[in-house]
Design a binder for this molecule. Structure first.
Ligand code: NAD
Length: 257
């Protein structure tokens, strides 16, 4: 991996009067050992995304979809949060309500690293819901890789992972939390920084947050070892892996006098 990040390139340090809105993607978990899918030509663990992450894919072959997510659960259970996840949890401890993390990841690693003020925009590997009725989604750490497939205790339809698939709406509270955080920073008339880490900017609506934050006057920073297609939307590119760049932000943090 090219590592061109130099801490001397850091923009003005974060301090305890900064409002920070962080968006993370699959790249932040890459160094824990969970592959991103852009890394493998649009395939996610050798599957076409529409086969394993869309309502049509589930209708066509629910066994394949359950096997896929069962394997993802088994894989995610074996790995640990890395220094990037831990750095974000530390920034939350320092900033309190001025901090919000919005993640597209479904692996649960931010929570395991100690983050509390976070929103899982695309759902969670670790919850299951009904494909038909309004059964409340429930925590589920099973790895159902073989039939029989799990059925809803309420209505008898197939259960499914509580993941937001392509073509499905993200939970309303996710988008609301982003708007509210930006609104509160403006109300406080304090500095707002938007930081996107490990996300290619290909998945909507998360890809629109950078322009929403910029329109509200935020500084916009990108932490990524590559050059994603939306690089031009950001003021600064901190080019390096999450395990280097995110701890450097903690290191440079300036408490007020
Ligand atoms: P993506 O795969 O489209 O892009 C990953 C980005 O991370 C790239 O820009 C890449 O350059 C960067 N990256 C690679 N290694 C990195 C590192 N060490 N540190 C920082 N950045 C690094 O990811 P996306 O934008 O999150 O979109 C993928 C979608 O797939 C999301 O919706 C997500 O829900 C799902 N997904 C989740 C996981 C997970 O939960 N761990 C894994 C794969 C895919």
């Amino acid at each position: 991996m090219t590592q061109t990040f130099d801490p001397a390139d850091l923009p003005r340090a974060l301090d305890d009067k900064t409002w920070l809105l962080v968006l993370t993607g699959a790249g932040v978990s890459a160094e824990s050992g969970l592959p991103t899918f852009r890394a493998s030509d649009g395939l996610w663990e050798n599957h076409h995304i529409e086969d394993v992450a869309s309502p049509d894919g589930f209708r066509r072959d629910p066994e394949l979809v359950w096997r896929f997510y069962g394997e993802r659960r088994a894989g995610a259970a074996k790995v640990e949060p890395n220094a990037g996840h831990l750095a974000l949890a530390e920034l939350e401890r320092r900033l309190g309500e001025r901090f919000l993390l919005v993640t597209q990841n479904v692996d649960g690693l931010h929570g395991r690293a100690g983050s509390r003020r976070y929103v899982e925009l695309h759902g969670s590997l670790w919850r299951t819901r009904c494909s038909s009725c309004d059964l409340v989604p429930f925590d589920d750490h099973s790895h159902p890789v073989e039939p029989p497939l799990p059925m809803c205790p309420n209505c008898g339809a197939l259960l499914r992972p509580d993941i937001v698939w392509f073509g499905e709406a993200i939970p309303y509270h996710g988008d609301f939390a982003v708007r509210e955080h930006i609104y509160l920073a403006r109300l406080a008339k304090e500095r707002l920084v938007f930081l996107a880490a490990g996300t290619s900017g290909n998945v909507w609506p998360a890809s629109s947050y950078v322009s929403r934050a910029a329109d509200a006057g935020a500084e916009t920073w990108l932490a990524d070892p590559g050059v994603p297609a939306n690089r031009g939307a950001f003021d600064r590119h901190l080019r390096g892996p999450a395990t280097v760049v995110l701890p450097a932000l903690v290191e440079a943090f300036k408490p007020s006098a």
